[in-house]
Design a protein around this ligand. Structure first.
Ligand code: WQD
Length: 347
């Protein structure tokens, strides 16, 4: 249960992973302040969080690039915030290639403004939403937290790597406790059917595209590449359920808040959050067809620029140090996705 006296600020709190994490924080007795600019989420998500938890967290709508607006919005919480979980960022890989400055400006400036606010108001604990994309195409699998960081395939990935470097430098000179959580491929939806992924426009990611194709919203799924050096020729990823991810954030927060700032707080902890096993694109499609009891119309298309062949996690560090155990199977994740997709109707 709750072990803190202060509130937890969740930036990007109405987003996909942010909203699921807010549910778990509230369910475990934390007081939460949700912050979101609604650029990639919808206001009704807050009502869904309340419906699931019977709690009514505060919500502030603000663009983190606007420092003055941020300070105004958070002025009422001065001295009341004990920790921050920073999800807020643009995350569409393809869009980041088309519009790199939008990504560098938003993802870096947002973090910097949050850190300046934390420093000014003596908030000493931060969890940062990072990504396995910082590894690029790793040479050996599974990827550990010590695997070398290879050149990122996109400006989006670069912003994650640069934010990690900003946090390491910031933690060094401030008594700032910080943890980087490197998600592999987040998928799934809350089992209640009240929360899930809300991709605006044409989905970039595989699972929402599969789900929308099964629902008849998209005509056909293009499988990008079936000539990879993998068992079935399609690329392999580590698909981690969003509720399992949310649990990891709560475990990480508890550990971070218990850590006294006198300890070696300049040490930035890093955890890989994945299932520890890989699934191919075709395996995901076939598992989805089983989950939804419907066929998915797909064709094979050329490889997508910037895609890597294979990535899956060594998650032993999170298991041992956080006591984290991902529990949701790919099939269950996709059953929850289908339930969520059907709740959205044809819109
Ligand atoms: C997975 C596989 C595609 C769509 C990115 C980011 C990562 C994280 C998740 C934010 C690949 C194939 C996809 C489609 C397809 N971002 N695919 N047809 O690129 O592994 O990771 O999104 O949380 O940080 O890097 O995820 O879902 O886009 O692709 O065949 O219509 O599915 O080629 O092999 P990716 P993805």
């Amino acid at each position: 249960m709750k072990t803190t006296k202060g509130k937890i600020l969740v930036t990007g709190g109405l987003g996909y992973i942010g909203s699921h994490t807010a549910v778990e924080l509230l369910s475990q007795g934390f007081e939460v302040v949700l912050l979101d600019d609604l650029s990639n989420s919808k206001a009704f998500v807050k009502d869904r969080i309340s419906a699931i938890t019977q709690k009514s967290p505060d919500f502030v709508q603000v663009d983190l690039k606007d420092k003055e607006a941020l300070y105004d919005a958070l002025s009422q919480y001065a001295g009341k915030i004990e920790g921050v979980i920073h999800f807020a960022a643009h995350k569409a890989v393809g869009e980041s290639v088309e519009n790199p400055l939008k990504y560098y400006k938003n993802n870096l400036l947002s973090l910097i403004h949050v850190l300046e606010w934390m420093k000014e108001f003596s908030v000493g604990s931060l969890i940062f939403s990072s990504s396995c994309t910082v590894y690029g195409q790793g040479d050996t699998m599974p990827l550990t937290e010590d695997s070398p960081l290879k050149p990122c395939e996109s400006p989006y990935g670069n912003t994650k790597k640069m934010c990690e470097e900003i946090l390491v430098d910031f933690a060094k000179i401030n008594s700032q406790k910080c943890t980087l959580l490197r998600y592999f491929n987040p998928i799934g939806a809350h089992p209640s059917g009240l929360l899930g992924e809300l991709p605006l426009g044409v989905p970039n990611n595989l699972v929402p595209y599969v789900s929308q194709t099964a629902a008849g919203i998209r005509e056909v799924l293009k499988i990008f590449g079936n000539d990879y050096p993998t068992p079935d020729g399609t690329a392999i990823r580590d698909y981690i359920d969003v509720v399992d991810l949310a649990f990891a954030h709560v475990l990480c927060l508890k550990k971070l808040l218990e850590k006294s700032s006198v300890e070696d707080s300049s040490r930035v902890e890093i955890y890989n959050l994945g299932t520890g096993s890989g699934s191919s694109v075709l395996e995901v499609v076939q598992t989805f067809e089983k989950a939804a009891q419907t066929k998915v119309n797909y064709i094979f298309a050329p490889r997508r620029e910037g895609d890597i062949v294979c990535a899956y996690a060594d998650n032993q560090k999170a298991k041992i140090e956080l006591g984290w155990q991902p529990k949701t199977s790919l099939l269950e994740s996709l059953q929850n996705v289908w339930r969520w997709q059907q709740s959205l109707g044809e819109d």
